[in-house]
Each structure stands twice: as C-alpha cells, then as structure tokens.
Design a protein. Structure first.
Length: 376
C-alpha cells in the first residue's frame, strides 16, 4: 500500500496527518508513505523530523488585503496553484503511483487531492476545525470520504453525504493523571490551579489580562497559576505583573516562555485559559477541563471562534472574543467560576462527554473500508 499525505501551513493541519500516518504504520508496517508540502513550510521540518519521506512543491496562500504588493503575491499564488504546482503534483503522483491520497488541510491539500482524484486515485480529506477550511469546502463533493472532527462542521458544507465524524487524531495518547498527582509532579501545592497560554508567540492582551487575574488570585488566597507567556513576551509579562502589583510567589506560580510538559499542566488545572486552536480543543475534551477560550482573531475564516462555539454550545467553555477581552472581563469570568464549584464541575463533565476516543483508529477503519484491507 502506498499513500500520499498532503498537509501544510500550521501544526493544526500537519499533526493530524502525522497521527494518521503513525497509526497506519503501527497497524500495517509495510505501508509506504510520502508527504507533499511546501519546501519551506512548517510541514517540511515536522514531517522529516517524524521520519517520513517528503517532497516539496512551491505553493503559497492568497493575501486578503488589496494593496499592490498583495495583488502581485496573489497573481503569483494563482499561477502556482493553477499551473506549476498542478504540474509538479501530477509528476510526483505518476512517479510514486499511490493507492490513496489523504489531505488534512492547508492550500496544498486541494491541489494534491484534486489531481489524485482526476487520476483515479482514492481520496480522503480530514478537517480538524469546527468551521471547514477552503480545502474541505472545495473537496466536500469530490473526495471519496470527508472526515470531520466535529458534528458542527457538517452544517457548513453543501454536500455532507460523504462525511463521517471521527474527532481529531492525536499522535500519542494523553497520559491522564489525577490533579493531585500532576500538581505534585510540578511541585505545586494541592489547591485550585489555573493554566493559561496564548500560543507559541504569546498574545499581548491575554498576557496583560492574565497578570491582572494573578493579582486577584493572590488577594483571594490559595490558588496556583501556570502561565506560558510565549516567545519575546517575557519583559511584557514581567512589567504587567509589576503594574498589577503581583508579589513573587515561587510556591504557587510557574511562569515559562514555553510549556514543554503541557499534558501534566492540563491535568493539574481546574480551569484553562487559552486560544481555541483545533488541537487545543481536542486536548481540552480528551482531558476534560472547563475553559475560558479567547479565539485568535486573525485565524483563517475566524475558525477558532467556531471551534470555541463547539464547546460553548455544550456548556463546557466560556467564550471571550479578543475584541472584548479586558483585564476586568477575564477576572470577572474566572472569579465567578472559582466561586461556583457546581458550575465548574458541570462544565468539566460536559467537556469529558465531548471526548472522541480513538479518533486515529476510527479514521484508519474508514480508510480500510474505502480501499479494502487487501490493499494493505
């Protein structure tokens, strides 16, 4: 069995592809896998690090503004999409002769799966967000199977006849720990714990609001706080803490540029404050934690807002749009949850109910049903 994967742009597109590929190789070790993506994109680094073969195809996304430079970039992107990338992808497919093409998002997915379908190859696309991206919309009536992370995504597609709800696959099972065990591992007291992060580059508004929240927590009493301020935001966070009057407290606080033991931190938390990327939503439901979600406003097609709504509609999260985020607003929402154990507990139960167990297994089963087990 030979499989081509197409994924690019963000970790939210690439990691599900790697999770599916890992599951394929673990169940069917003889499977041959090739990834196609942009040569200078994140996919090139992550895929080769994971040990899979990679072929780069020059492509670029479309700019949304109407400046002269953006218009020139869009002409170049259109040429690559319609001509050069199409030719390059067809050449790779002819040489590799795959039995299946799988796409998980990014502009490379549309090109690869459309060419594969035109050449008679079975195609599967997976959408990790609650609001489908352009590739999924384009392929919803062309791909042989359209796999979706959430039920919400179906309502945004004109043709949902090929859709199957699978959840988002994770590369490794999350090691679930009891809160007290996770807190002990982190060196924190066994008391109410808040975890907050704004993404790998941080988020200024979140960082400043979190500093004010920490000041409230310090006045309130025994509350732990773990915060990742992201790259280049250390000085901003330290200044915000001083401005909010936060005293140093090494016993209750863990402040880091990056959190490299995120699952332990999530298990230790009673409340999580974060953006609303697809994999973050998956982790929140996998571990089962109530959250305050602040969607990244510049995300393509505002998809993080729709990701957050999926949890909000099940009473598993509170949504604060970035434009409405203030220090006072975050403190108000978090303090109300802290004071209402019954509400917090219900939100936690609802998050756990949304868990899609064994997503990678479900996806592999759908693929086997499509191509036939004899192909493997």
């Amino acid at each position: 069995m030979k499989v081509i994967f197409a994924a690019g742009g963000t970790a939210g597109h690439i990691n599900p592809a790697l999770a599916i590929a890992d599951k394929m190789k673990s169940v069917f070790p003889e499977t041959e896998i090739l990834f196609i993506g942009t040569p200078n994109g994140m996919e090139s680094r992550l895929v080769t690090k994971a040990g899979y073969d990679f072929r780069g195809v020059e492509m670029s996304g479309f700019r949304r503004d109407i400046s002269p430079s953006a218009m020139l970039k869009n002409v170049q992107a259109a040429y690559r999409y319609l001509v050069s990338a199409k030719i390059a992808v067809r050449r790779i497919i002819k040489e590799y002769k795959p039995d299946l093409a799988v796409g998980t998002g990014g502009y490379v997915t549309g090109t690869v799966l459309r060419q594969a379908a035109a050449m008679g190859i079975k195609t599967v696309t997976h959408e990790s967000n609650s609001y489908p991206g352009a590739a999924t919309k384009l392929l919803s009536n062309k791909a042989d199977k359209v796999l979706l992370a959430t039920e919400d995504a179906k309502k945004y597609l004109k043709d949902s006849s090929r859709c199957v709800i699978t959840g988002n696959p994770l590369r490794t099972n999350i090691p679930i720990e009891e809160r007290s065990v996770a807190r002990k591992r982190l060196g924190l007291p066994d008391c109410f714990t808040v975890l907050s992060f704004g993404g790998s580059l941080g988020a200024n508004k979140i960082t400043e609001a979190v500093a004010e929240l920490i000041a409230w927590e310090q006045k309130t009493g025994e509350i732990n706080h773990i915060h990742s301020y992201g790259g280049k935001n250390k000085e901003l966070f330290e200044n915000a803490l001083k401005e909010s009057g936060v005293r140093e407290d090494k016993q209750h606080y863990i402040f880091r540029e990056y959190i490299d033991n995120m699952y332990t931190c999530m298990c230790a938390a009673d409340l999580i404050i974060s953006r609303a990327g697809a994999m973050t939503i998956t982790e929140l439901t996998e571990i089962g934690r109530p959250s305050i979600l602040i969607p990244y406003p510049a995300a393509a097609e505002n998809h993080q807002y729709y990701n957050a709504l999926t949890l909000v509609n099940e009473n598993a999260a509170i949504l604060i749009e970035d434009k409405n985020l203030t220090k006072a607003k975050l403190v108000d929402e978090a303090s109300k949850l802290y004071s209402d154990a019954a509400r917090l507990g219900l939100m936690e139960q609802n998050a756990k109910k949304m868990r899609k167990a064994n997503a990678a297994d479900i996806i592999l089963k759908e693929i086997v049903n499509l191509v036939g087990e004899d192909k493997f």
